[in-house]
Design a protein around this ligand. Structure first.
Ligand code: GLA
Length: 734
């Protein structure tokens, strides 16, 4: 089944809030949507107070008219349940359903996401409004998908949360002895003699119990999931043929284990807002898309993760057309021209069923009045809207790639619980961030030009079939079954790279004894007896001119060969990086964070040994290459993130070429023209019309040399800040 319902090709659109505008504006909206080739909008995400202004009193006529208008315009609708933002009357009527912070402060309405998912009144009200929408719009012809809630993320420590936590713990541990053992209750006199004594981790005198905190995070992810399931099941009952999803979000703060949630959605939907503004934004985009694709891999009946290369659709549900807030820094930043196009198509290259934005039209007021939109405050006569029109054209041209898969032979381990456990302030360094560790590994492979999946050991039995190379950065929590699977996989020919802080603890965050990295010591052929963390800026020289950062360990090789040694400090002469041949494979250990070049070079060596090739072996720096495969057809996506035209060796027909013009306007051309015959051109005419009006100085994009549908290797020019998608010559399947 291909979701969303009734939509062929790629999805394009964004959050649409008709409740913020007079109906005359709606008419213009639909007209502009059609101009931009928008075919899908998410409606009603924050519309609860408009839909139910007083308890049980529904005003839906405006939504009827909005959906009818969209339908007449040929635009399909993802209808949201508005439960992320209960109206003020709800919180006044049910103060016990307002969230309580760890410090005991009960929050009030006045923002959004102000609810406790464990409060019975909230759950009941959420079901009621979802049922009302399901009942009323079940047969609406515009309905393509349900969007439950928005970015589940509010954490609560109130008495309802405490009760639910205790129930969850009873189920996990059965009796208090087992809980006390798992939580190391003998330390600091924390043994519990009655379930009622257990609280969510509230503000306390000094460091909290790490396993209590970890279990609370696991529990809260499950509690939010239960709230989602309430609505999903009810919606499915009303409309069994309409898919249901909810949007996932990225970041250290997120209280949800998306890998475990993913199987609960008909289509994995993610929101992605890069936090970096330099070249790292592209790396973050690739990482987010690779994670989303990996979350969306189908789950077999027994819950096992299936072999690499199988793709269930996923969708980039939100991204920013332009200005993004950076709350931590107090300044928003604008996306450079070209980034909206490149980032959107980069998600498609990595498997997304399209590109959606927050938001369609910029609001006149409210907390996010200056967040960018496809139609900005300036209106349709704006660079941003013209870019949106060009992106719509690019997605139309890319429709043929829609069902193609993305094949990866390399993977990285991802485990939300390890990330949560590593946030405990009692660990030897607060400068180790799990997200950074994963990003560093992904960046190294991205810079090698290698497409990477993620595997999530805690989301079900680990199946590494199809992968030749696996990197496990800081996979702190590890059970014996995962360690055994890794051993079998390496002996059978897998190439495993493990970094510090992996396998150190069991799933209860209790340290494995006998030397680090506990669960993997024998497989790696090392024993590390001491951690010697470096400060946030500390470095240590390594042999080969490389540098270690953040972390060091006193490693003894016990069967492994040293690859790099510490070249200074108290560990001078001790191994820093090791390799052990195991059966038909190899196991590598990194006891420090290699500098970026060192990490990339090391993973390139491992990839070469493992037979994992980059997408384009000779791609020049600055060009990102991703391949999608559909039977015998292959699509090659090339992105030039630099400012200079770049030439790479590739061949095929040009499906789409997108470029940034000197004026900052975007121009997209294509339509399967033979390579070499595309002229990207613009003059003073009508940017955004899609029709070239003159020659663009960068000149022909596509193949240089003889134009035509050649099959041999060619030199392909990729415009600066732009992209090129080629349909490669057919090749035998497999
Ligand atoms: C999230 C939310 C949106 C909006 C954007 C702003 O993705 O879902 O409602 O707040 O962030 O970037």
């Amino acid at each position: 089944m291909r979701w969303p319902k009734g939509l062929d090709g790629l999805c394009y659109g964004g959050d649409y809030n008709p409740e913020q505008w007079p109906e005359t504006t709606w008419v213009e909206d639909v007209e502009l949507m059609r101009r931009a080739r928008v075919n899908l909008v998410t409606v009603g995400v924050f519309a609860w107070s408009r839909l139910e202004p007083r308890p049980g009193e529904y005003t839906v006529d405006w939504l009827d008219r909005a959906l009818d208008l969209l339908h007449r315009g040929g635009i399909r609708v993802v209808l949201a349940t508005p439960t992320a933002s209960p109206p003020p009357w709800f919180s006044l009527a049910h103060p016990d359903a307002l969230p309580v912070t760890a410090d005991g402060v009960r929050l009030r309405h006045g923002s959004r996401d102000t609810y406790c998912a464990a409060a019975p009144a909230y759950r009941a009200a959420a079901r009621r409004i979802a049922a009302m929408l399901a009942d009323r719009y079940r047969d609406h012809p515009a309905l393509a998908m349900w969007h439950v809630h928005n970015e589940y993320g509010t954490v609560c420590h109130c008495p309802h949360a405490a009760d639910a936590f205790r129930r969850w713990l009873r189920q996990r541990y059965g009796d208090l002895d087992r809980l006390n053992e798992a939580w190391t209750g003998a330390f600091w006199s924390q043994g519990y003699s009655d379930w009622t004594q257990i609280d969510p981790p509230r503000a306390t005198q000094y460091l909290s119990n790490p396993t209590q905190v970890l279990d609370f995070r696991r529990f809260w992810s499950d509690e939010l999931l239960a709230a989602y399931r309430d609505q999903r099941d009810l919606l499915r009952e009303h409309t069994p043929d309409v898919p249901v999803t909810t949007n996932y979000v990225f970041g250290d703060w997120v209280p949800v284990d998306h890998a475990r949630w993913a199987r609960e959605a008909d289509l994995v939907a993610v929101d992605h807002y890069p936090t970096e503004i330099d070249g790292r934004a592209e790396e973050q985009t690739a990482l987010a898309a690779d994670l989303a694709r990996s979350w969306s891999r189908p789950v077999d009946g027994d819950g096992a993760q299936p072999p690499a290369g199988r793709l269930r659709p996923w969708l980039l549900m939100e991204s920013a057309p332009n200005l993004i807030y950076r709350y931590a820094e107090g300044t928003a930043y604008a996306k450079e021209p070209g980034r909206m196009l490149r980032h959107s198509v980069a998600h498609v290259a990595r498997g997304s069923r399209g590109a959606m934005f927050f938001q369609w039209r910029a609001p006149r007021g409210g907390a996010e009045a200056f967040h960018s939109a496809m139609v900005p405050h300036a209106g349709a006569d704006s660079r941003t809207f013209r870019s949106a029109v060009q992106l719509g054209e690019a997605l139309r041209l890319l429709a043929a790639t829609d069902t193609a898969t993305v094949a990866a032979r390399a993977a990285i381990g991802w485990d939300a619980a390890s990330g949560w456990a590593l946030q405990h302030p009692g660990l030897p360094s607060e400068h180790i961030s799990y997200a950074d560790e994963v990003a560093a590994a992904h960046r190294a492979l991205w810079r090698c030009g290698i497409t990477t999946d993620f595997v999530c050991p805690a989301a079900g039995p680990l199946d590494l079939t199809g992968y030749r190379m696996l990197v496990l950065p800081a996979l702190y929590l590890m059970d014996d079954a995962v360690a055994d699977t890794l051993g079998d996989w390496v002996r059978a020919g897998g190439h495993l790279v493990v970094s510090y802080l992996s396998g150190v603890a069991d799933p209860d965050a209790r340290v494995r004894l006998g030397g680090y990295p506990g669960a993997l010591r024998e497989l790696l052929g090392v024993r590390s007896e001491e951690f010697l963390p470096l400060g946030p800026d500390g470095t240590e020289p390594l042999s080969g001119g490389r540098t270690g950062r953040l972390w060091r360990e006193r490693v003894e090789a016990r069967g492994a060969e040293p690859v790099l040694d510490y070249a200074g400090g108290v560990l001078a002469g001790h191994p820093a990086v090791t390799r052990r041949s195991v059966g038909a494979g190899a196991a590598w250990y990194l006891s420090t964070r290699l500098d970026d070049d060192g990490y990339r070079e090391l993973l390139a060596v491992v990839a070469a040994e493992a037979g994992v090739a980059p997408v384009l072996p000779a791609a020049s720096a600055g060009v990102e290459a991703v391949r999608r495969v559909d039977g015998t057809t292959r699509w090659l996506f090339l992105f030039n993130h630099g400012r200079e035209e770049t030439v790479v060796a590739a061949t095929g027909e040009v499906l789409v070429c997108g470029a940034v013009l000197p004026s900052g306007e975007i121009l997209v051309a294509g339509d399967a023209l033979p390579a070499g015959e595309i002229l990207l051109a613009v003059g003073a005419g009508t940017p955004g019309s899609g029709r070239p009006t003159g020659r663009w100085p960068v000149g022909p994009a596509g193949v240089s040399g003889t134009p035509g549908r050649g099959r041999g290797a060619r030199r392909v020019r990729v415009p600066p800040g732009g992209l090129l998608v080629l349909r490669e010559p057919d090749h035998p399947a497999g």
